[in-house]
Design a binder for this molecule. Structure first.
Ligand SMILES: [Mg+2]
Length: 398
């Protein structure tokens, strides 16, 4: 199995760092972004100098002021944070299309396909973020998301100065369990205060203590979550980066001016709709695992059918073949159609893993790219009306 390279990027005291850019006189001072005194406000982010006083996020402002009477309170300026976050995530996106954004200042990225070591990639990413946005950020790296995130938290806590840590912490492949072993049990995902308390009564204080227990015992004590916890304690996490998309499905449909049972015309329409779906997938740089067809008969009765592809795709030929296959499953000769639609769902960023077909894939990819470019420049109608998409031999398994 290929060793994965996963990074966890987290901006250091993000809101405070942005405020320091807006007002450099705040630099190095104990200040916090958050609620004003007298209100029921809470601290949203504390500067590293303020953290020295024990001030942290979600602390009531009144209590923070007791800990540090000279604390400077700064109102939050969210549009600015969103803007900066977008810049950072764009840089992150330059390193990999596989990015899972966790919050405004935190993301996982899968950089397995890059030739450099995780440390080199992390340094490069950090220096770009530092240079291009002036924001400090910490990065954790490991073979999975769990260990990358814990490594990052760990690295940040090692930093004791009242300055942003801007840390990089990499856990080498094969050392996941030994890295986790000495850490307190509540550093593990899924171990909240309640579970931690229960673990303590079982003499489990560190992640290593947990890793030594048997699967049977953990399942007996904690059910299915016991199994998950034990796996995690051993540094095992097989989850993939979940790339988010605005749309859960992409679809294209056409209502005919006159209901039609002309098979050739219906198939031509399916090809056109499929090509439009393909264009949208490629534009968003995603692939789909499910292809759907929707048909509304002259009676207004509507049917949808879908199928799961063996491999996720963004290819017109595959989408078309799947859609036509589905069409033949629900259409019978002579039956008049009022509306027809083709859709794609279940998106991933997975590359199409058809090594054997790489050559034909390349050819199709080049062709599709130029078709997309033409559509972009001249509008899709021109191209579709001028000449239907060239048929590309379908080499994919459906
Ligand atoms: Mg952060």
């Amino acid at each position: 199995m290929k060793i994965r390279k996963i990074l966890h990027m987290d901006l250091d005291a993000f809101f405070c760092s942005v405020e320091e850019l807006r007002n450099p006189s705040l630099k190095g001072k104990a200040f916090a972004v958050g609620g004003q005194p007298g209100t029921r406000g809470v601290i949203s982010t504390a500067s590293y100098a303020a953290r020295k006083f024990g001030i942290h996020s979600a602390m009531p402002t009144g209590r923070a002021l007791k800990l540090c009477p000279g604390l400077i309170l700064v109102s939050s300026f969210h549009s600015e944070y969103a803007e900066m976050s977008k810049k950072v995530m764009q840089i992150v996106g330059d390193f990999s299309p596989l990015v899972e954004i966790l919050s405004i200042d935190e993301a996982f990225l899968d950089v397995s396909d890059l030739p450099d070591t995780p440390l080199q990639i992390a340094r490069h990413l950090q220096s770009r973020i530092n240079r291009e946005t002036q924001l400090p950020c910490s990065i954790g790296g490991a073979t999975n998301m769990l260990v990358a995130k814990i490594a990052n938290d760990y690295g940040k806590h090692l930093h004791k100065d009242p300055t942003p840590p801007n840390a990089i912490t990499i856990v080498e492949p094969g050392t996941e369990a030994s890295f986790l072993a000495p850490l307190p049990i509540d550093a593990l995902w899924g171990v909240g205060p309640k579970t931690a308390e229960r673990m303590t009564t079982l003499h489990i204080h560190t992640i290593g203590d947990l890793a030594k227990r048997s699967m049977d015992e953990m399942i007996r004590l904690f059910g299915q979550s016991g199994c998950d916890l034990l796996e995690r304690a051993k540094g095992i996490d097989t989850r993939e980066i979940q790339v988010e998309h605005e749309a859960k499905s992409i679809s294209q449909e056409t209502t005919f001016d006159n209901d039609t049972a002309d098979e050739e015309y219906l198939l031509k329409t399916i090809r056109r709709l499929s090509a439009n779906v393909g264009t949208q997938l490629r534009k968003q740089e995603i692939t789909a695992k499910t292809i759907r067809i929707k048909i509304r008969w002259a009676s207004f009765e509507t049917h949808t059918r879908q199928l799961a592809l063996t491999y996720p795709t963004d290819r017109d030929s595959v989408i078309t073949a799947a859609a036509i296959d589905l069409f033949h499953k629900i259409w019978s000769k002579g039956k008049k159609v009022r509306l027809i639609g083709v859709g794609a769902a279940q998106f991933t960023r997975e590359a199409i893993q058809l090594n054997l077909l790489e050559k034909t894939d390349d050819r199709e990819e080049r062709l599709l790219r130029s078709v997309d470019e033409l559509r972009e420049r001249f509008g899709k109608q021109i191209l579709i009306r001028g000449f239907d998409l060239p048929e590309v031999k379908n080499n994919h398994t459906l």
